[in-house]
Ligand binder design. Structure first.
Ligand SMILES: NC(=O)c1ccc[n+]([C@@H]2O[C@H](COP(=O)([O-])OP(=O)(O)OC[C@H]3O[C@@H](n4cnc5c(N)ncnc54)[C@H](OP(=O)(O)O)[C@@H]3O)[C@@H](O)[C@H]2O)c1
Length: 376
């Protein structure tokens, strides 16, 4: 198969004859990839850890189930247990989307004609969604779900369902970096949980972000706007920092209400980072890949303490509730037209990969997701 590999720091290479991934018990579904959306780690992994020459690139994908393996036997159709209560049917030929571990190994990456993954984490693509759009329901959506629902304890589904303004106080959430891909999904999730969404993004994205459900937007490129945000004493107990520089994390901590709260950040802080309000505000960083249930040893350099095997298992079990084919919450939210995909910009990876990666580097993709089409 064709695949895109890291060749050397800053350089990628398309190889024409790369071995197709083999199925095993954990990675029991082979998917023929149609489209693969690009994420910042695809770009920075070509230059720094965990990317190494020979590692396969890409995490997000949409495509068709090509082969399934159950109990060591190849199947053309299968039925899988999900939570023990419900069952779902996944068949060869089904349209699916999801995420794999990209840029960190020689055997896995979505910028390739085929990927192997767990059949438990394949989301069914509803008929009315185009495959290129479906490829955007990958890493950034998973990151937002992990940050808000797995690590910051947002309940889902909410019972009884609530409308905006019907939450108990505090009812505001701060999303710093609302125009990031993670941010655009986080805004939607916060809406489903009936939060009023306070967003930090350039005001040029206002119209777009309002379509995702942002309520109030402060412009980070306008100091007056940020000072207004600081002065307003908003009732925020939870913040998600989708930019996660030390200064944005500090600003988020400062914006948590007097009584205290929590800030989740999507990148690790340097070892000497000090939380200026550690008695009132907790902070956490997590890595989306723990939801895949795989060994996380490659990521140990990002954490002060190694991620526990039990945490990975817990994330994987929770991920199944969100991503199991047509039984997971994500399929239902897409099907009901509540969860919206990201705006896409199309590229053809096997002709223009370098150009695509440069585009991401040059920040020319604001408010858009670059999607590579892998099949002609
Ligand atoms: N923890 C994990 O497992 C995990 C997983 C995936 C991604 N990440 C990380 O999460 C971050 C976001 O990823 P993404 O894919 O969502 O990024 P993205 O879509 O590429 O984000 C680009 C956007 O960032 C905005 N931005 C830049 N600086 C900003 C600032 N100071 N304040 C507010 N907005 C700012 C820009 O918005 P404007 O146009 O408004 O300037 C730009 O549109 C990346 O650093 C990525 O590496 C972490």
């Amino acid at each position: 198969m064709k695949a895109c590999l890291i060749e050397a720091p800053g350089r990628t290479r398309i190889v024409q004859y790369y071995p197709k991934p083999r199925l095993d018990q954990e990675h029991n579904a082979l998917v023929r990839v149609y489209a693969a959306a690009q994420n910042p780690p695809d770009s920075f992994s070509t230059r720094q850890d965990p990317g190494r020459p020979g590692h396969m690139m890409g995490s997000d994908f949409s495509g068709w189930v090509d082969q399934l393996l159950l109990s060591g036997e190849k199947r053309t159709t299968m039925t899988t247990e999900t939570t023990g209560k419900s069952r779902f049917d996944l068949e060869v030929g089904d349209r699916v989307c999801g995420m794999v571990l990209g840029n960190a190994s020689k055997g896995s990456g979505s910028f390739a004609e085929y990927i192997a993954t767990s059949s438990d984490l394949l989301v069914k693509v509803p008929d009315e969604i185009r495959m290129e759009e479906a490829s955007t329901f990958g890493m950034s959506l998973w990151t937002a779900i992990q940050a808000l629902h797995f690590k910051s304890n947002l309940e889902w589904p909410i019972r009884p369902p609530k409308k905006k303004g019907e939450r108990d106080q505090p009812d505001e959430i701060l999303i710093w970096g609302g125009a990031t891909s993670v941010g655009m999904f986080a805004i939607q999730l916060a809406n489903f949980s009936a939060f009023k969404v306070v967003d930090v993004a350039k005001s040029s994205h206002r119209e777009l972000l309002e379509t995702y459900g942002a309520d109030i937007i402060y412009d980070y490129s306008d100091r007056n706007s940020i000072e207004r945000l600081m002065d307003e004493n908003r009732n925020v107990a939870l913040a998600l920092d989708c930019v996660a520089s030390t200064s944005t994390v500090e600003e988020c901590i400062g914006l948590i209400r007097r009584e205290g709260g929590h800030v989740h950040h999507v990148l690790p802080m340097p070892p000497d980072f000090q939380n200026p309000r550690q008695d009132q505000v907790t902070t956490k960083f997590s890595l989306v890949h723990s939801m895949l249930g795989d060994n996380m040893s490659w990521s140990s350099y990002l954490f002060k303490e190694p991620i526990k095997e039990t945490e990975v298992r817990k994330d994987f079990e929770m991920a199944k509730k969100w991503f199991s084919f047509d039984q997971g919450y994500v399929y239902q939210l897409i099907k009901e037209k509540r969860l919206k995909q990201l705006p896409v910009k199309i590229s053809h990876v096997f002709h223009h990969t370098e150009e695509g990666l440069k585009l991401m580097d040059c920040d020319q993709l604001r408010g858009q997701k670059l999607v590579h089409i892998l099949q002609s």
